[in-house]
Design a protein around this ligand. Structure first.
Ligand SMILES: Cc1ncc(C[n+]2csc(CCOP(=O)(O)OP(=O)(O)O)c2C)c(N)n1
Ligand SMILES: [Mg+2]
Length: 664
C-alpha cells in the first residue's frame, strides 16, 4: 500500500468532517497527514483496544484546532471511534468535539486548543515518565519506558508558555520528548513572516534541545529518519522542524490562511479529491485495504502483551514494588494516609499553637510526605515563601531525575501546565506553589486542570493584604473570587492550622479535580473547637462560635477574617444579641452539602448576615443574602505593614461591630 494514500485517507476524512460540520480546521490535518502516518503507524507504541494501557507512548496534539487529524487517526488505527462519530464532528455530545477533550474520546491524552498548553502538558508527561521510571524500573525491567510525541504549530511556538516549558525541558534533559513542528508559515492572519520570524532551530538549540532541521514534512522517509535520530539522543528533547503545506492537496487553498479554519467548500473538496488522486467521491469513504493498512490493533495488542509479560516477571521479582506501582497507577492513596491527617488535625487542635497557614501547610507535608511517595511538588521560584519543600523533598535534575520536587524557576503558567501533564501521565499527585496574585499568570492552565478534572493541589500563599509591605502589585484582591468561579474548582482558605490540615486531607482524597489552597503569610491562632466542630470542617462551612442556638445575626468568614469575626461577634453578644460565626474555608464544598445541613448552619430565618473576607466581595452575597452585607476589599491594596493595612481597610473587630450593628 502506498504510504501517500494512507496519508490521503487522513486528509479526506479531515476535510470531509469539517465540510459536514460546516465548521472546523482542515488545513493543519491535511498538512500534517504524512507526518502523522509515520508517527502513528510506524513509531508509536499504542494499543487501540486499550487506550489506557499504561506504558503506551503518549501523543499530544498541541495544535488542538487540528482535532479532525487526531479523530481520523484514532478512527483509522482502530480505536473505539466509529465513522458515525466523525460524521458528528463538533455536534452536541459527540465524541468528536471542536477541540480534543480529555475523558471524552478514547485515545485523547489531554484537552488541547489553548495553544502552547498541549506542549506544556507533554513536557509534564515526559518528566513524569522519566521520574516514574527512576522510582520503579529495575535492571532488565524497564516497566516505565515510553516516548511522548507532540504535534505543534506556529501558534504553540509563538505562545510565551512554550518558552517557559521548552526551556525547562531542555534543562531537565527530557530525552524521550519528540516534538514535530508543523512549520507551514501560516497562522490565522496569514503568512507569519511579519509576526513570527524567530530562528526556531537556534532558539531550541539554545534550550539544549536536539534540533533536526529542514525536514520535508511530506516526505515520509525524511520524517522517519528524523525520528530515528530523535530516539538516538536520550539526553535532550528533540524538535523536528517539518516544512509543510497547510491544506496540502487543495488546489486553491493550499499554503493559504483560507485553509486554516473554515471548510474548503463542496467544490474545493471535490477538486482536492482529484488532486490527491482519491478515486472515491462518496464523503467519508475509505476502502478496506486502506483500513487494513492503518489498523494497529494487532500490533498494539502484541506490544501490550509483551509489556504484560515483562510486568508479570517484575511482579515475581519485585512483588512489593509491583503492588506499589499498581496502587499508584490506580490513584489510590496509601492505606492510613488520610486517617493520619485526621489524627494530625486533632493534635494541632489540642496543641493550640498559632502558625501562618502556609507554615501549617508545610507541616502537613512533613507529616504525610513520607507516607505518600506519589506526591510531587514544586514552586515557581518561591519555595522559601510558599513552603512547598519538606525534609523529604528531593530535587529532580537532569542528572538525577529520581526525585519528588521541581524547581520550576519563575514560570507559573509553565509549572501549572506541566503539572497537569504530570497528573495526566499518571503515577503522581502534583502540588505546585506560587503567590496567590500570580495565579493569574497561570490562570488558563488552572482552568484546564478543572475542565479535565485533574487532581492537582495548587498552593497559593500570601493570600491577602495580610502579606503587607510588598504592596498592591502583590496583594491579591479578585483572585480568590476568580478561582471560585472556575467550574469544578474546589478552594480552601483555612482560618488556622487545623483547617489547613483538613484542607490538605480533602485535596488529597479529591481525585477528580483540582484544589486551590489560599494560605496566609501571617500567623493565625488555633481557634477553639469541640470534636464535633473539628469533624465538620470537611463540610466546607460550619458553626465555629455562637452565643445562642437561634442567631439573630450571623458572621460568615474565611481565612484570617474568621478570628476577627469571632472577636466582633463576642462584643455584640455581650450586649444581648444572639450571634453566630460560621467559618467557611471552602464555600463550594459547603454548597455541595445537603439542604438540612446548610440550613442548620445558615438558618433561613436569620437574614441579618455579614460576610467578611479581605478580598473582592461579590461572591459572598450568595451567603449574606440581599438583607445582609459584605465586608470586603474591592479596591487595590497598599504598601504597608499587614497590621496597619487590616486597620486601614476596615478589617478590625471595631469596624465589623459597626457594620454588623447597621443590620440590627
Ligand atoms: C491561546 C490561544 N490563542 C489563540 C487561539 C486561537 N487560534 C487558534 S489556531 C490559531 C493560529 C495558530 O496558528 P498555527 O499554529 O500556525 O496553525 P495553522 O494555521 O498552521 O494550522 C489561533 C490564533 C488559541 N486557540 N489559543
Ligand atoms: Mg502554522
Amino acid at each position: 500500500m502506498d504510504n501517500k494514500m494512507l496519508a490521503h485517507a487522513v486528509r479526506i476524512l479531515s476535510m470531509d468532517g469539517v465540510q459536514k460540520a460546516k465548521s472546523g480546521h482542515p488545513g493543519a490535518p491535511m498538512g500534517m497527514a504524512d507526518i502523522a502516518e509515520v508517527v502513528w503507524r510506524r513509531n508509536m507504541k499504542h494499543n487501540p483496544s486499550n487506550p489506557g494501557w499504561f506504558d503506551r507512548d503518549r501523543f499530544v496534539l498541541s495544535n488542538g484546532h487540528a482535532s479532525m487529524l487526531i479523530y481520523s487517526l484514532l478512527h483509522l488505527t482502530g480505536y473505539d471511534l466509529p465513522l458515525e462519530e466523525l460524521k458528528q464532528f463538533r455536534q452536541l455530545h459527540s465524541k468528536t468535539p471542536g477541540h480534543p477533550e480529555y475523558g471524552l474520546t478514547p485515545g485523547v491524552e489531554t484537552t488541547t486548543g489553548p495553544l502552547g498548553q498541549g506542549l506544556s502538558n507533554a513536557v509534564g508527561m515526559a518528566l513524569a515518565e522519566k521520574t516514574l521510571g527512576e522510582h520503579f524500573n529495575e535492571t532488565g525491567f524497564p516497566i516505565v519506558d515510553h516516548y511522548t510525541y507532540v504535534f505543534a504549530g506556529d501558534g504553540c511556538l509563538m505562545e510565551g508558555v512554550s518558552h517557559e516549558v521548552c526551556s525547562l525541558a531542555g534543562t531537565l534533559g527530557l530525552g524521550k520528548l519528540i516534538v514535530m513542528y508543523d512549520d507551514n508559515g501560516i497562522s490565522i492572519d496569514g503568512k507569519v513572516d511579519t509576526w513570527f520570524t524567530d530562528d526556531t532551530a537556534k532558539r531550541f538549540a539554545a534550550y539544549n534541545w536536539q534540533v533536526i532541521q529542514d525536514v520535508d514534512g511530506h516526505n515520509d522517509e525524511e520524517v522517519q529518519k528524523a525520528i530515528d535520530e530523535a530516539k538516538k539522543d536520550l539526553q535532550r528533547p528533540t524538535i523536528i522542524c517539518c516544512r509543510t503545506h497547510i491544506g496540502y492537496g487543495s488546489p486553491n487553498k493550499q499554503d493559504s490562511e483560507s485553509a486554516h479554519g473554515a471548510p474548503l467548500g463542496e467544490d474545493e473538496v471535490a477538486l482536492t479529491r482529484k488532486e490527491l488522486g482519491w478515486e472515491h467521491e462518496e464523503p467519508f469513504y475509505v476502502p478496506d485495504e486502506i483500513y487494513e493498512a492503518w489498523d494497529m490493533r494487532k500490533q498494539g495488542a502484541a506490544a501490550e502483551e509483551e509489556w504484560n509479560s515483562l510486568f508479570n516477571a517484575y511482579k515475581k521479582s519485585f512483588p512489593e514494588k509491583a503492588a506499589e506501582f499498581e496502587r499508584r497507577m490506580a490513584g489510590d492513596l496509601p492505606e492510613g494516609a488520610a486517617a493520619a491527617l485526621d489524627r494530625y488535625a486533632a493534635e494541632l487542635q489540642k496543641e493550640g499553637k498559632s502558625n501562618a497557614t502556609r507554615k501549617s501547610s508545610q507541616a502537613v507535608l512533613q507529616v504525610i510526605g513520607s507516607k505518600i511517595p506519589e506526591l510531587i511538588g514544586g514552586s515557581a521560584d518561591l519555595a522559601p515563601s510558599n513552603l512547598t519543600k519538606w525534609d523529604g523533598s528531593k530535587v529532580i535534575t537532569s542528572q538525577d531525575p529520581k526525585g519528588n520536587y521541581i524547581h520550576f524557576g519563575v514560570r507559573e503558567f509553565g509549572m501549572t501546565a506541566i503539572m497537569n501533564g504530570v497528573r495526566l501521565h499518571g503515577g503522581f499527585i502534583p502540588y505546585s506553589g506560587t503567590f496567590l496574585i500570580f495565579m493569574d499568570y497561570a490562570k488558563n492552565a488552572v482552568r484546564l486542570s478543572s475542565l479535565m478534572g485533574l487532581q492537582h493541589i495548587l498552593i497559593y500563599t500570601h493570600d491577602s493584604i495580610g502579606l503587607g509591605e510588598d504592596g498592591p502589585t502583590h496583594q491579591p484582591v479578585e483572585q480568590a473570587a476568580s478561582l471560585r468561579t472556575i467550574p469544578g474548582m474546589t478552594t480552601w482558605r483555612p482560618a488556622d492550622p487545623v483547617e489547613t490540615a483538613v484542607s490538605w486531607k480533602e485535596a488529597l482524597i479529591r481525585k477528580d479535580g483540582p484544589t486551590g489552597m489560599m494560605l496566609s503569610r501571617q500567623g493565625l491562632s488555633v481557634l477553639p473547637r469541640t470534636d464535633k466542630q473539628l469533624s465538620l470542617i470537611s463540610r466546607g462551612g460550619y458553626v465555629i462560635w455562637e452565643s445562642g442556638k437561634e442567631p439573630e445575626l450571623i458572621f460568615i468568614a474565611s481565612g484570617s477574617e474568621v478570628e476577627l469575626s469571632i472577636e466582633a461577634a463576642k462584643r455584640i453578644a455581650e450586649e444581648g444579641t444572639s450571634v453566630r460565626v460560621v467559618s467557611m474555608p471552602s464555600p463550594d464544598t459547603f454548597k455541595k452539602q445537603d439542604g438540612a445541613y446548610r440550613e442548620s448552619v445558615l438558618p433561613s430565618s436569620c437574614t441579618k448576615r455579614i460576610a467578611v473576607e479581605a478580598g473582592q466581595g461579590d461572591y459572598w452575597y450568595q451567603f449574606a443574602g440581599i438583607h445582609g452585607t459584605v465586608v470586603s476589599l474591592d479596591t487595590f491594596g497598599e504598601s504597608a505593614p499587614a497590621g496597619e493595612l487590616f486597620k486601614y481597610f476596615g478589617f478590625t473587630p471595631e469596624n465589623l461591630v459597626t457594620r454588623a450593628k447597621q443590620l440590627l
